[in-house]
Ligand binder design. Structure first.
Ligand code: LUZ
Ligand code: MOS
Length: 749
């Protein structure tokens, strides 16, 4: 089964927000944003814009009928700044005009009088000034204070990881249409239609039932549209509400890059204690998270960092502290992995440092400390699987050092090989327990075709394909009979964002329940029609109605048609709530995850020590996808996640002008993402043999985020290569390991 949108995509006929036909009286929006990172607003003069022909209206905070607030976890983010601006790109006003060019030109003509104030961009600096977004949190396990005394080796250091731009192919985009009675329909490129609905209702001062949000598909999101699609969609809705006309707002690439939040940069301090055999026995870590100017999802992201502070390892004594620091950057936000990659990077840096101290390969320490079934995480949950060790063993068998006699230097002396193991253990579920619910509405039409609506948003990851498969499998019919509809708040209400890798699990499970409900009714009806005894087993298989496994001569279409005539309901709505989850934030203990996804990557690189460049020769991964619902889609997620992770670790670098804090890398000419040449020459993926049940759908497992963290292995493969000619080498741990950084590091000798 291919991706359901494959044909549309290759033919260029799939629709995105910017492709949709809109009525002729459409207005285009352009946003006036702050040119300074921190300042007091003295005046906003829109008269030059208003005097331009074709300009309809300039909307500012004062025009908002409801609340000027787009915050999610905390109410700390105005839609339009009022007295103070706190980051470059903070919206001040929305210009509406007859054409996009006019709107943008008019937005540029608005005169801003802003008194500049001192700005802070560094999280440690923010921490020293007490600019916290929320109080620090600490997760602990065992007794770290006592454990330090038993340590034979203690290493201590600092690790910094950089931010990351999402570079979704489709930039932030939305439009709004006026409906009768003052209602508004919003089409948005968002992962969270319900959040858009809720915030639009809040800003417009309307009940939620007056706002409808519809999402067909997204051209990528990666977390960048979990929270940050909202302001743009709400602005379009506000424009429609105030003018009675359709309004479209699409950001161009440069504005999108400059104005929207990124992956959170982290700066962390660590201390790792080991026993004589390399067993990790004490772990102390403090994460300074660069939250940006508003809270957005930062505290949830920091929570996931704390939940992954030991990655795939068991450490009996842990103290992990997370500090969410406010700075004057655009609010940083969700990005694939949601704080876990930052935690895993620090853990691997500490292991690398310890390995240098012990004079062993990091893989010796890694393997020695992998999670076993029953091991306790600092959050109080036990590791319930076997996949961490099984994936490691299998990866070692398939891709381990024995497959390469020539590890180290060979051939030209300036070319050096390096390799690394990267085990990943990632918790599946939203850390905010209440978000772990989904719903599905299934209609069987009288010709036997099926329409499914859920809260899941298709963003290229293939969730619609998987949901269609679940419906077809459950009903026993051909996949071609199933269509997954757009995601619409009137058909799937109160949906969680499609995030946390849970889209297919939760919406698939809801769809399965709804389909089983309809199937139950149809089978009872079929029994009567076939005059079958109670004991006789009536089923539907490949679109045929079977009795005790034998054909009855009735097929799915006939059954549906007859059931309709006898007034059997052919629709069902179902809700799914992931079972067994709880977490207590006062004790920081609970069971936050339905299950974990684990896997191991083995990365090989060749470093050119003269030029400071390297190529990724191969990455072999053993990944736990459960019983994969769709191996083609899952492979796509694993490959994509890996390459995106390699980009974060080794090349994607956000540069700002200082002291202004303006993003210099605001286009793809200066912000480098992996291209085909920087992707691994060879990628091998083996699915780990599934064992046991889990809360995924049809025993599959979530796949969206975990593979991202395989990319961390590339960083350590480069360090391994350097270690070949500088034994015991310990760098200042910091990502990205860009060519520039690498060259300077090699020159430092
Ligand atoms: N979004 C969210 C997420 O709101 N909560 C989460 O725990 C999460 N995890 C991963 C990605 N997005
Ligand atoms: Mo996300 S980082 O929106 O799963």
């Amino acid at each position: 089964m291919k991706h359901a949108d494959a044909l549309l995509h290759v033919r260029g006929t799939s629709l995105f927000v910017d492709d949709m036909r809109l009525p002729g009286n459409l207005l285009h929006g352009a946003v006036v944003t702050s040119p300074v990172a921190h300042g007091r607003i003295v005046g906003v003069d829109a008269s030059p814009a208003l005097s331009m022909p074709g300009v309809e209206m300039v909307i500012t905070a004062g025009d908002i009928p409801g609340e000027n607030q787009v915050g999610n976890i905390f109410m700390d983010e105005p839609l339009f700044a009022m007295d103070e601006v706190t980051f470059i790109g903070e919206p001040l006003a929305l210009v509406l005009a007859e054409s996009q060019d006019t709107a943008r030109a008019a937005a540029g003509s608005v005169k801003l009088h802003i008194e500049e104030l001192e700005a802070v961009f560094d999280p440690r600096d923010s921490f020293r000034r007490g600019m916290l977004i929320a109080p620090a949190r600490t997760f602990s396990l065992g007794n770290p204070d006592r454990a330090w005394k038993d340590c034979r080796h203690i290493v201590e250091g600092r690790a910094d990881s950089g931010g990351q731009e999402h570079v979704y192919l489709e930039t932030q985009a939305s439009f709004a249409l006026p409906l009768e009675g003052g209602c508004v329909r919003i089409c948005s490129s968002t992962q969270g239609p319900t959040f858009v609905q809720k915030v639009a209702a809040r800003v417009l001062g309307l009940p939620m039932h007056r706002i409808e949000v519809d999402v067909v598909r997204l051209g990528g999101a990666f977390g960048g549209k979990e929270d940050q699609a909202t302001p743009w969609a709400v602005m379009a809705a506000l424009g429609t509400h105030l003018t009675g006309r359709p309004v479209k707002l699409v950001l161009d690439r440069r504005c999108d890059m400059a104005w929207t939040g990124k992956r959170h940069p982290y700066s962390s301090d660590f201390r790792l204690g080991l026993d004589a055999d390399g067993g990790m026995i004490a772990w102390d870590v403090t994460y300074y998270q660069n939250g940006g100017a508003a809270s957005d999802l930062s505290t949830a992201i920091l929570e996931r960092t704390l939940l992954h502070c030991t990655n795939a390892y068991y450490i009996p004594n842990v103290s992990a502290t997370g500090i969410c620091c406010r700075t004057n950057l655009p609010p940083n936000t969700a990005f694939r992995g949601f704080g876990a990659p930052q935690a895993m990077f620090v853990m691997e840096c500490a292991i690398h440092m310890a390995a240098a101290e012990l004079g062993v390969s990091p893989s010796v320490i890694q393997e020695r400390n992998l999670l076993d079934k029953g091991d306790l995480f600092p959050c109080g949950m036990n590791y319930e699987g076997s996949e961490v060790r099984r994936s490691w063993s299998r990866a070692k068998e398939l891709f381990g050092p024995q497959h390469e006699e020539d590890h180290g230097s060979d051939g030209p002396a300036h070319l050096v090989r390096g390799m690394s193991f990267m085990p990943v253990c990632f918790g599946i579920s939203f850390t905010n327990t209440s978000l772990n619910q989904a719903s599905s509405l299934v209609h069987v039409y009288t010709d036997g075709s099926v329409g499914v609506s859920t809260g899941a948003v298709e963003m290229g990851q293939g969730v619609n394909t998987k949901i269609a498969q679940v419906a077809a499998m459950t009903l026993g019919i051909d996949l071609s009979l199933v269509k997954v509809e757009s995601t619409n708040t009137t058909r799937a209400a109160n949906s969680s964002p499609t995030a946390a890798s849970t889209g297919a699990d939760m919406n698939g499970n809801a769809t399965r329940i709804a389909c089983r409900d309809i199937l139950g009714r149809l089978l009872s009806f079929a029994r009567v029609q076939l005059q079958a005894d109670r004991e006789k087993d009536v089923t539907i298989y490949c679109g045929e109605v079977l009795q005790d496994g034998r054909m009855t001569g009735m097929n799915w279409k006939e059954l549906v048609e007859r059931a309709y005539l006898e007034r059997v309901s052919l629709s069902a709505q179902a809700h799914y709530a992931t079972p067994g989850l709880h977490f207590d934030r006062t004790t920081e203990k609970g069971r936050p995850f339905a299950y974990h996804v684990a896997g191991t990557a083995v990365t090989r690189i060749t470093l050119d020590r003269l030029r400071g460049i390297f190529s990724v020769d191969s990455v072999g991964m053993v990944h736990d996808a459960g019983e994969s619902l769709n191996p083609v889609v899952d492979r796509g997620q694993i490959e994509g996640g890996l390459v995106q992770g390699i980009g974060w670790m080794t090349m994607e670098e956000l540069k700002y002008s200082l002291p202004e804090g303006r993003l210099l890398t605001d286009s793809l000419a200066t912000y480098k993402i992996p291209d085909i040449h920087s992707a691994p020459r060879k990628v091998d993926i083996e699915f780990l043999e599934p064992r046991g049940d889990n809360a995924g759908v049809y025993n599959s497992k979530a796949v969206g985020e975990p593979p991202f963290m395989y990319g961390i292995g590339t960083y350590f493969a480069v360090l391994d290569a350097i270690g070949e000619f500088r034994p015991g080498f310990v760098p200042c741990y910091g990502s990205p390991m860009s060519n520039e950084t690498l060259l300077l590091l090699l020159e430092d000798g």
